[in-house]
Design a protein around this ligand. Sequence first.
Ligand SMILES: Nc1ncnc2c1ncn2[C@@H]1O[C@H](COP(=O)(O)OP(=O)(O)O)[C@@H](O)[C@H]1O
Ligand SMILES: [Mg+2]
Length: 221
Amino acid sequence: MILLKNISKSFGNQKILDNISLNIPNGDFVSIVGPSGAGKTTLINILGTIESFDDNKDSEFKIDGIDMCTWNEYEVSKFRNQNIGFVFQLHELLPELNCKENILLPVRIGKKNIDDYRKKLESISESLKIHQILNKKPEFISGGEKQRVSFARALITNPKIILADEPTGNLDSKNSKKIIDLLKKVNIKYGVTVIYVTHNKEFASIAKTSFTIKDGKCIRS
Ligand SMILES: Nc1ncnc2c1ncn2[C@@H]1O[C@H](COP(=O)(O)OP(=O)(O)O)[C@@H](O)[C@H]1O
Ligand SMILES: [Mg+2]
């Protein structure tokens, strides 16, 4: 379970998130909507342990009972590498690496044996239909393929949580639908907790739980 309690986030004197509390049970399928600039990315990044929040003695942030606030940066980044997969709007693939190397990056960062992940790479690539482009560099593949490669990178280490920040933001409706279907599939098949930001009302409504971020608050809708 992901637990956030009394979390605020300010940039300078601008309070973006104002005392947010939420509980997300394992295996939930969660959408986050809200106007541009409302703080959706900020919240996703806090959940992903890549963004800090305002210092406050009443704040709590726990994942599966583990107190993220008391861990040091090394422990947190190790936890992140093993448990959290990210899919970004701008896929953030490294241009100098081919698709396969991009997908295996979390394995390398986690200092795990790449050979142990060959089978997983194969099965993910087949199911995402990217097995034929694994040796290509990102500049030579389409937008939909890039997003599926970044999806494969998020899945390679069997994360418990997938965070997707506008994963369909740059895609046409057909490819968008594919990405949302894949999110749903990993949620159902592997029980992965999926939290995604979207502007698309239809995609938001597929979620089991929906939150709207507005005026610093996060309201269950
Ligand atoms: N690193 C930062 N420094 C200063 N302001 C930031 C930073 N990141 C985000 N913001 C501001 O915080 C607000 C919320 O941003 P963001 O979480 O990206 O919104 P959303 O994803 O909902 O569009 C915006 O006003 C944005 O300009
Ligand atoms: Mg954003």
